[in-house]
Design a protein. Sequence first.
Lengths: 160, 160
Amino acid sequence: MKMSGGVEWALHCCVVLTAASEPVPAARLAQLHDVSPSYLAKQMQALSRAGLVQSVQGKTGGYVLTRGAEEITLLDVVQAVDGTSPAFVCTEIRQRGPLATPPESCTKPCGIARAMAAAEGAWRASLKATTIADLAGSVERDNGPGALAGVGSWLSEPGA
Amino acid sequence: MKMSGGVEWALHCCVVLTAASEPVPAARLAQLHDVSPSYLAKQMQALSRAGLVQSVQGKTGGYVLTRGAEEITLLDVVQAVDGTSPAFVCTEIRQRGPLATPPESCTKPCGIARAMAAAEGAWRASLKATTIADLAGSVERDNGPGALAGVGSWLSEPGA
DNA sequence: GACTCACTACTCGGATACCTTCTGTCCGAGTTACTAAGG
DNA sequence: CCTTAGTAACTCGGACAGAAGGTATCCGAGTAGTGAGTC
């Protein structure tokens, strides 16, 4: 089980966008993080499709958060990039083989599927409890106050 | 993010092995579930490597659980088949780019990594709280008492 | 001086190759039960 | 009848192809800003 590496990039980008007051191009975000511009663009497209960020076209275009950072949860970002389908998929093998359970007895998911779904539910609940604003706060706490402001001003500077 | 499909097979096999009193060959387990024998053998090898089941060679060989069903958690099985590495891997992109955080300031994981680790911790805790014995109990509850006993006797019958 | 228009440069968006990982399969090494012969 | 050697069948275990999804990339469609030309 492995999560798409783009999730990390997308999360960092969302935190960074918190400090921006104008649209930020994907290329500039890639430059800031020193990652592939083309691939990061793909992740931003996913965020745009999910409605978390809004794309602005044209010369001074870029991406902007559509809502306040405290209204975007980690789960939103993860699901936007990595998809909403659960990691565990029950293939109903109980209905196969010589001792198959008849379909009429399968009104609810089997115990295994229920347990796995519960675990994923706990995972999602944990992700939903944290917002981008919380992450921004942790950055300020870790790197000192004003760290995000510095990033915000760097984003406004003309690119090197 | 997608979990290996073999996890489902392995879990079902562990539950089934609860009802067996003698070693069960992988081929017979595959026959019971109507899945690829070769591939299921691969999953059983993973369980054996993790020490959850013991392999018995020879003519009447097969696999046996090494401990009581109440001492094997879902997490044990999932990690045996799917690996122990976490789904989210922090690549420390905060240490890259023009505004990189100096390494001496990175004594602890960044906020994003901490939040993702917390979510996976919740996931693992949920999986750890359920045992194979619990699953066996849910089978008896769903399919009626004696269901597992029937499977156990089928396993003992000479294969068709 | 103000307005209009065409142009340029920059943006996003989706369609296109490459590569790692998962899926599925095969054959060889080793062990056990069985059979038959001999004492 | 018991012992013993040999045989045969069945088991696991790891090494080998094929397919799918993630990774990385590129080029086209569209839009905002810019400058010249005109009234």
